[in-house]
Design a protein around this ligand. Structure first.
Ligand code: HSE
Length: 418
């Protein structure tokens, strides 16, 4: 495709993102890209575009030799995979926003890109308007990327902001996120952390060359956070955010997880409110860099899709540098993690698993402790997500090099008090 060649687009999906892209393209004539057909599921719906543009037959796009770019922004995972893989096999370049599909099918999609030589771009699938994938891919060398932590889900950040700053209840905050088009069709994907997990799976590949099934990464969402947790956070001058984090360990592996986290007031992520996303990258010599922008919504997401379409004009492809041109990293669970855990009953908390308990507090109905757990405990067991237990990570939660004997002693002393 030369730089002057016209891009003829077949679009799948005309929801929040698809319609946004349609409008944005109408205002970007310089791009010389035109939507030829839009494939939709329900022909009965009233849409703000000419009827002749629409079809319900996906082959009308997939088999049209004139269409050289397929843009896929639908909700269903398996149909999205069929569309993306068939388009690549049919010699088309593809732009996709289906983060769940991309995360779950990443190994197959990597193979298909190699086999077909076509380009599959998906900048909009993580942090919407923030160009984080291309930055991780192009700018940061594997060895120098010490750590990355991010708010990657707009809806949960919106809900937490509305609940704890505007004192809205959870249900009203979620409803508002849905009305504004931030939430997934099934909002449990946002609230329970799945959406952030899928995005993190994709970003771990571009950051560290890690290819893993999403479920190999420990995660939870904001579903267990209690009002009392917010009170404790406020006392300690923290805010609560759903944070996705990855950090290089001394053993050469990478620690990675998606969990609620206490964030200090002077942390860049504390500044990220409502549907905004933020990414803090720590790299050798550069120290910290902070990326900030809207992480959900029609136009912010469409802006990233548009940027991918535009990149196709100069044959841009992800090279997956960290995976193919460096020694890729692997996930490691060999570290400790500092946690705050609140609960109703001690019987749900395996105290003996803690390496240390540094702080504890008991009210009649709600208790909490702050302590250090081997991370493998979170991988192997799920008490920390059940029975009304709420686990929130402490700032700088990854702990390597601990003096186990000293901590055990301190822990036993404290357990005696408890
Ligand atoms: N539901 C997603 C979010 C949409 O809230 O971040 C953008 O990916």
């Amino acid at each position: 495709m030369d730089a002057h060649k016209k891009l003829t687009i077949g679009l799948f999906g005309f929801g929040v993102v698809g319609e946004g892209l349609y409008k944005v393209l109408q205002q970007t004539s310089s791009l010389s890209a035109e939507i030829k057909k839009v494939c939709i599921k329900d022909p009965g719906k009233k849409r703000n575009a000419p009827d002749t543009l629409f079809t319900t037959d996906r082959d009308e796009i997939l088999n049209d030799p004139e269409i050289n770019v397929v843009v896929e922004v639908i909700n269903e995972t398996e149909p999205a995979y069929y569309i993306v893989s068939t388009a690549l096999k049919n010699g088309k370049d593809v732009v996709s926003a289906s983060k769940k599909m991309l995360a779950e099918h990443l190994p197959q999609l990597l193979k298909l890109q190699e086999e077909t030589g076509r380009s599959l771009l998906y900048e909009s699938s993580a942090c919407a308007s923030i160009p984080v994938i291309r930055n991780l891919e192009e700018y940061y060398d594997n060895d120098l990327l010490h750590g990355i932590k991010a708010i990657v889900n707009g809806s949960t950040n919106f809900i937490l902001t509305k609940m704890f700053e505007d004192k809205l209840d959870f249900k009203s905050a979620l409803l508002l996120a849905q009305q504004l088009g931030f939430a997934e069709a099934d909002p449990a994907l946002d609230v329970e952390g799945w959406d952030a997990l899928n995005k993190w799976t994709l970003l771990l590949n571009h950051a560290y060359g890690i290819v893993t099934a999403p479920t190999n990464i420990s995660f939870t969402g904001i579903q267990n956070i209690q009002l009392q947790d917010a009170v404790v956070a406020e006392e300690k001058h923290f805010s609560i955010k759903l944070v996705a984090q990855a950090q290089k360990l001394k053993n050469g592996g990478v620690a990675a997880f998606v969990m609620p986290q206490f964030v200090k007031q002077d942390d860049h992520l504390a500044f990220v409110k409502n549907e905004y996303n933020g990414v803090v990258i720590e790299s050798g010599f550069a120290d910290k860099q902070f990326f900030y922008g809207k992480g959900a919504g029609s136009f912010p997401t469409a802006s990233a899709v548009l940027s991918d379409i535009s990149a196709l004009r100069y044959q841009y492809k992800y090279e997956y540098k960290k995976l193919y041109h460096h020694k890729p990293n692997v996930l490691s669970n060999d570290f400790h993690i500092k946690v705050y855990v609140s609960f109703n009953d001690w019987k749900h908390i395996p105290r003996e698993k803690f390496e240390s308990i540094d702080e504890w507090h008991a009210d009649e109905d709600r208790k909490y402790l702050v302590g250090l757990l081997p991370f493998s405990e979170l991988r192997e067991n799920s008490w920390w997500k059940e029975n009304n237990v709420s686990l929130i990570l402490y700032p700088d939660p990854v702990v390597e090099d601990i003096d186990t004997r000293k901590l055990k002693k301190r822990s036993l002393e404290l357990a005696g008090i408890i």
